[in-house]
Design a protein. Structure first.
Length: 211
């Protein structure tokens, strides 16, 4: 039911607008062959693991807040219309944003975790498939939209693809969270609330496409 509701939420705007672009598949988890303690670029050092643990702790706090807010939403009927689903979703967005008043960049992508993530991504894109990886991300990358912590991701803007090799470098997420890119910036997207929870500027190495 949770999966069906999430699908319906993103389908709802399309019921009212015929020009909503299709989105790539969700990026909510690393591939099954990528255990959380292993990375494409090798195992983490103890210091890197401690740094990423600070982000994991903030992720847990965010997900706990997400679920508390979700529990306050009116229950949708089994035969809810697209309009009812969209209204419910936008109420969820409003309440999440209210609960995170004052949210800023670095609240989840912590100062300790950011340099580790940047190094891991740089190593992935420095590999032999770096050019192809970046090309796949930039194929439908919404480079021209602003990214704002606690802001709504635009309904009519497609979501970038995030290749498995990139996901395998990152801390795993809960089912309601996804990594995406806006231009060269990595965003953490709450897919149910449709809110940008955090972002890292210039996470994509600029020279990856030249390799």
């Amino acid at each position: 039911m949770r999966v069906l509701l999430a699908i319906a939420l993103f389908a709802a705007p399309a019921c009212r607008r015929s020009d909503v672009p299709a989105s790539p598949p969700p990026t909510k988890a690393s591939p099954e062959h990528a255990p959380p303690d292993t990375r494409v670029v090798g195992p983490l050092s103890a210091a890197d693991a401690r740094a990423l643990a600070t982000m994991n702790e903030r992720l847990k706090e965010y997900v706990a807040l997400h679920r508390r807010v979700e529990a306050t939403l009116p229950k949708l009927p089994d035969n809810a219309t697209p309009r009812q689903i969209d209204t419910n979703q936008r109420l969820f967005e409003e309440r999440v944003r209210e609960a995170r008043r004052g949210a800023k960049a670095g609240d989840i992508f912590t100062p300790e975790a950011r340099p580790v993530i940047m190094r891991l991504l740089a190593a992935v894109f420095a590999g032999p498939q770096g050019r192809e990886l970046k090309a796949s991300i930039m194929d439908e990358n919404p480079v021209a939209i602003p990214r704002v912590v606690n802001g709504r991701y635009p309904d009519t803007v497609p979501l970038s693809t995030v290749p498995p090799a990139v996901l395998q470098t990152m801390p795993q997420l809960s089912e309601d969270m996804e990594y995406r890119f806006i231009g060269d910036d990595l965003i953490l997207l709450d897919t149910h609330a449709h809110v940008v929870a955090d972002f890292i500027e210039d996470a994509l190495p600029h020279d990856a496409a030249k390799r």
